[in-house]
Design a protein around this ligand. Structure first.
Ligand code: NAD
Length: 512
């Protein structure tokens, strides 16, 4: 068990119970609903915070609007310099913040530290980007005219994040949004508010050291109600929402109703195709890490294995043996492979999915169950399990956020690709094969329909350099690398006439 009080002190948030922060100003006398942050590691309360009231919400948004007037005038490379300093501040706090992520969310310490590293990486990426943000120039059809496009910031960006990546997802959005000239209002998951407070506290010092006014980085604590306010608010031109498809549909409808913009990063139902030409030992590591890492609570978790019939029994035997060796327990103990689920609701959803799978005809080759007593006293530790199923089962079509792995057989690659694509979600996918033809077919337009398609790598563990996101019920949004920054800006096309006549486009004649 980490010394949580000294970690909170090191992060400068001991005794912080806010409902919001606009930078260096924090609410301390909040009177909203209590939100208790309970660690799934040992069931202990970390701290309590408050849900922001409507008045507090309004105060934060109007502070952000004021800050935007200042921030969009700061040259982009100077904004990048502040993001660079933020990345450095994260480097100094990596161990403390990574440990808090692990303790509040329940992922392994390695993954908690990895999440902070991802924040540092996206800051570095954003710093480079701050000297780019390129627009194109085009050739005008009219003489002595110049045409080009430029990118301007949007204003206040709302960020709604999920519990499973409590800090990295915010930074993917915030680092890019900031260098693009936007200000951010973050509503973290109500299940992981303390890590969010720690991040805002780190940002606070960096912005204050640069004399940046209140309101460039804002945090609002609350549940879905605050998310709904952000979605309906015309003062928030872009809402970036990460979470379940159910939540994404609600946000999409609210924001579309006012013709605002969204970036939606929703649920996945990710599969690995294990070909007859796969390296089975490598495939085993990819499949097991993908299925049980973060206790099956990654959006990119491997939920389905589509295995060629000629290697099915061999691979199944390897999987069963590997699952027998998994160590389940405190995620801060680096000897353990699998930590807890986030809370007892998640445990109940896991148990209900197992029952449903059995009722639909699923055959468990590794049984699940809840672990009790001793180090499992939080009631959140479950056994990773494996079932043989058919792809059309309702439960297989659905994302259960827990370590339940579904196995199915295929005969030819078209069939495997059809199974892989035959779910409502479209986030991450992979094929394990040493056969070039198969790999290329999987990556072609007739192949995987997902936003992420990998060869000889599992479905989880994306790097920040690529655009991250998925299709269909995953929401279609892209964050992080490549040109994902464009979603945080508005494009403006400019045509400049430096002739002494006014020719019209398409040669249209208009004389007075
Ligand atoms: P969730 O949908 O329960 O909550 C996510 C966030 O949305 C929370 O902050 C919550 O308060 C807010 N929210 C809930 N209902 C809302 C509404 N109607 N309007 C506005 N805001 C609302 O999800 P969760 O359980 O925290 O996270 C798990 C889910 O997130 C999984 O489905 C997972 O696949 C998905 N996820 C996706 C990605 C991705 O990049 N595609 C990344 C991480 C997690």
């Amino acid at each position: 068990k980490p010394d949580i009080n000294s970690i909170l002190a090191q992060l400068g948030i001991a005794g912080y119970n806010p409902s919001y922060s606009t930078g260096s100003k924090w609410s301390h006398a909040a009177n909203g609903e209590h939100i208790h942050s309970m660690s799934p590691v040992d069931g202990q309360k970390i701290s309590s915070v408050f849900a922001a009231s409507l008045e507090e919400y309004d105060h934060v948004i109007s502070t952000a609007q004021e800050a935007y007037k200042y921030w969009n005038k700061v040259p982009a490379p100077k904004r990048g310099e502040i993001v660079r300093q933020f990345g450095d501040a994260l480097r100094k706090q990596k161990t403390a913040l990574g440990t808090l992520v692990s303790y509040e969310m329940g992922k392994s310490l390695q993954e908690g530290l990895g999440e902070v590293q991802e924040m540092i990486d996206i800051c570095d990426f954003a710093v480079g980007l701050s000297r780019q943000l390129y627009g194109l120039t085009m050739h005008s059809e009219r003489p002595n005219h110049r045409m080009y496009e430029q990118w301007h910031p949007l204003g206040v960006v709302g960020i709604i994040s999920a519990f499973n990546f409590p800090v990295a997802v915010w930074s993917w959005n915030a680092a890019l949004a900031w260098v693009c000239g936007n200000v951010c209002v973050w509503k973290p998951s109500e299940k992981t508010p303390i890590t969010a407070i720690a991040c805002q506290r780190i940002a606070e010092d960096v912005f204050a050291a640069n004399d940046i006014p209140e309101g460039v980085s804002n945090l609002i604590i609350g549940d879905a109600e605050i998310g709904k306010l952000l979605s309906a608010d015309t003062r928030v031109p872009l809402v970036s929402a990460t979470g379940s498809t159910r939540m994404g549909k609600a946000v999409a409808m609210q924001v579309a109703n006012r013709l605002g913009k969204t970036i939606l990063e929703l649920g996945g139902n990710n599969a690995i195709i294990i070909s007859k030409d796969a390296d089975l030992d490598m495939s085993l590591i990819g499949a097991v890490f993908g299925a049980v890492g973060t206790a099956g609570q990654r959006c990119t978790t491997t939920r389905r294995l589509i295995i060629h019939e000629s290697v099915y029994e061999t691979f199944k035997a390897k999987l069963v043996k590997a699952y027998g060796q998994l160590r389940i327990g405190n995620p801060l103990d680096q000897n353990n492979h699998v930590g807890p689920l986030i809370d007892k609701d998640a445990v109940n959803a896991y148990l209900a999915s197992i029952e449903k799978c059995k009722a639909e005809g699923g055959k468990f080759v590794v049984e699940g169950g809840v672990l009790e007593g001793g180090e499992y006293s939080s009631g959140c530790y479950v056994k990773p399990c494996i079932a043989e199923v058919e792809n059309h089962y309702e439960i297989v079509q659905h994302e259960t956020f827990a370590p339940i792995l579904y196995l199915m057989k295929y005969n030819d690659l078209e069939e495997a690709i059809a199974l892989q694509n035959g779910v409502p979600q479209g986030l991450s996918s992979a094929i394990m094969t040493l056969n070039l033809r198969e790999a290329e077919q999987f990556l072609s337009a007739q192949g995987s329909d997902c936003g992420i398609a990998n060869v000889n790598i599992g479905t989880s563990g994306a790097e920040i350099g690529g655009a991250f996101g998925g299709e269909k019920e995953t929401g279609g949004g892209r964050e992080s690398g490549s040109d994902a920054w464009k979603a945080y800006m508005r494009r403006q096309t400019n045509t400049i006439n430096y002739s002494n006549t006014l020719p019209l486009a398409q040669g249209i004649k208009f004389d007075l």
